[in-house]
Design a protein around this ligand. Structure first.
Ligand SMILES: Nc1ncnc2c1ncn2[C@@H]1O[C@H](COP(=O)(O)OP(=O)(O)OP(=O)(O)O)[C@@H](O)[C@H]1O
Ligand SMILES: [Mg+2]
Length: 502
């Protein structure tokens, strides 16, 4: 009997009156906003999956691609209650069937989904100003934690993949954590705090006008846990790792392009920096900072020419200045929240320019196994707790460890071999340490000039490492060296010897 217009007007009026008297506001957060995906929808979904206690009767479970965690969320048309700063809000997940598909250049899903947030009118300001931001932040955090980390490498040389990306990635599942890392607990704590300060330091970096990045140099003998430390850092912060193979990079501009294609919240690693590239001939030019740069710039030019010429050798013309610009220059800030980690076995071989303060913010020495580190290894491998060891044995360990100078890798080896018999493992380890200490003592008393046995072993390990590196690497050294030939004949001879050694 009523015409439709009148019915519509009544409904509208009724609605208005209802809202007038209702003490609630309702906010709709739809999955798709026009043609764009609504980021807030995804964030709310993630947020609800983690914070709200499981009270709903029906929850949906999801597991994202590459993720190791399962998250739960609200099922269709279910409600959940959340509390924020003492304010209670109600979330409803609304799903409706989409009617007759309107024309769109992108097919829309059949269902229309959204969240409806119901809040008390008096809480409007708090919710709009803080709660939604809080949800976005929380969601980012959850996303980072859920996702397995990726390990990127540039081993394809300069070639790009189908999406124009120079990096190749694989899921990164290294189990090393700060918990399992054997080192002095005090240093470990310092590093962990430093990393946390960095990750939470957006405002600080903004305020002080510094680029949001940090550099760590890890140095120490092979097998002391430098690579394990990098994995632990990535696992601690939830960052991806970019393992930069310098020998595969041919020019400084390629290096810059690689940097531009890294994402934020990542650790950029250059392992064995002293082997990757010849950065040590600064003394040849005998100059200070600027002269050094010029020298390396000139190296780049000659290297570049050499690359296309007879001496080819892969055409690697990365220079120190290129590398410094990579970590330090304007380009290093084209993203944010980046950590650079360099590792080396020989800090003394590195160019002082690389060590200057401000370049690498923290120099971390990974030492031979100390007693606190040993305790961690015993706990990891044998399940020993503080106090489980005999007092007598503890004392013996403390006495011999310093003298033996064994690496955590060697200690772990002994423990793994005997892990089925704990008592035996400890005794074996003590024996091994004593034997090592004895050998060192003998060598020392025979005159310190000789190479000590462990150093022999370390040297061997390093040579293996170098041998494993591609022949291109040698080419790269050749090229940089080529630029030195004209400088100083004696040094030139010495470098040739170096290469023969390698
Ligand atoms: N500090 C440590 N804590 C726990 N495990 C360690 C530690 N150091 C070494 N290891 C063990 O020894 C192995 C080798 O360690 P890692 O590769 O981290 O040494 P590295 O210092 O990177 O050596 P290199 O200089 O040869 O690269 C690892 O598999 C790890 O399990
Ligand atoms: Mg390593």
């Amino acid at each position: 009997v009523f015409p439709p217009e009148l019915r519509y007007a009544f409904a509208k009026l009724f609605n208005k009156i209802f809202h007038w008297f209702s003490s609630y506001y309702y906010f709709d957060i739809t999955e798709i906003d026009g043609v764009n995906t609504n980021e807030l929808y995804n964030a709310v979904q993630l947020y609800l999956s983690s914070t709200v206690s499981i009270t709903g009767t029906r929850l949906s479970l999801t597991r994202a691609l590459n993720s190791s965690a399962i998250t739960f969320g609200l099922s269709n048309n279910d409600c959940m209650v959340d509390n924020f700063n003492g304010v209670t809000v109600l979330w409803e997940h609304v799903v409706t069937q989409r009617q007759n598909q309107t024309f769109s250049w992108r097919p829309l899903p059949e269902e229309k989904r959204g969240f409806t947030l119901r809040i008390k009118k008096k809480d409007k300001l708090l919710i709009l100003n803080n709660y939604l931001d809080y949800i976005m932040e929380k969601a980012n955090e959850i996303r980072r934690k859920n996702q397995d980390r990726l390990l990127y490498t540039n081993s394809r040389g300069g070639s790009l993949d189908s999406r124009g990306h120079p990096w190749e990635s694989v899921p990164f599942k290294h189990p090393s954590t700060f918990e399992t890392l054997a080192m002095d607990p005090k240093t470990k704590r310092e590093i962990m705090d430093d990393l946390m300060d960095f990750a939470n330091g957006q405002n600080f970096y903004q305020k002080t006008g510094r680029a949001w990045k940090r550099g760590y140099l890890l140095y120490g003998p092979p097998g002391t846990g430098k690579s394990s430390m990098i994995a632990a850092m990535a696992n601690y912060l939830g960052y991806d790792i970019y393992d930069l193979e310098l020998t595969e990079v041919h020019t400084n501009s390629e290096l810059r392009k690689l940097l531009m294609k890294t994402s934020s919240k990542s650790i950029i690693v250059i392992e064995d920096i002293d082997c990757s590239i010849n950065l040590t001939n600064r003394k040849n030019n005998g100059g200070g900072g600027n002269a050094g740069r010029n020298y390396y710039e000139s190296g780049e030019i000659r290297g570049g020419v050499g690359g296309s010429g007879e001496e080819g050798g892969g055409g690697n013309s990365i220079t120190l200045s290129g590398l410094l610009n990579f970590t330090d220059g304007l380009w290093s800030c084209c993203g944010s929240e980046r950590i650079f980690v360099f590792t080396t076995n020989h800090i003394e071989k590195l160019d002082p320019a690389l060590l200057r303060s401000g370049r690498m913010d923290m120099h971390i020495f990974m030492s031979h196994c100390s007693f606190p580190a040993l305790k961690i290894l015993l706990r990891n491998y044998l399940g020993y707790d503080e106090g489980d060891l005999d007092e007598e044995i503890t004392r013996e360990f403390e006495e011999v460890l310093e003298k033996a100078a064994m690496t955590p890798a060697d200690v772990s080896e002994v423990l793994i071999k005997n892990r089925r018999d704990k008592g035996n493992a400890v005794m074996e380890l003590l024996e091994a340490l004593k034997a090592r200490a004895e050998r060192r003592k003998k060598k020392e008393s025979n005159g310190g000039g000789e190479l000590e046995e462990e150093e022999d072993v370390e040297e061997e390990e390093e040579q293996e490492k170098r041998a494993l590196e591609s022949p291109k690497d040698e080419g790269s050294c050749d090229l940089v060296q080529d630029s030195c030939k004209k400088g100083d004949e004696e040094d030139d001879q010495k470098q040739d010897d170096d290469i023969i050694e390698k």
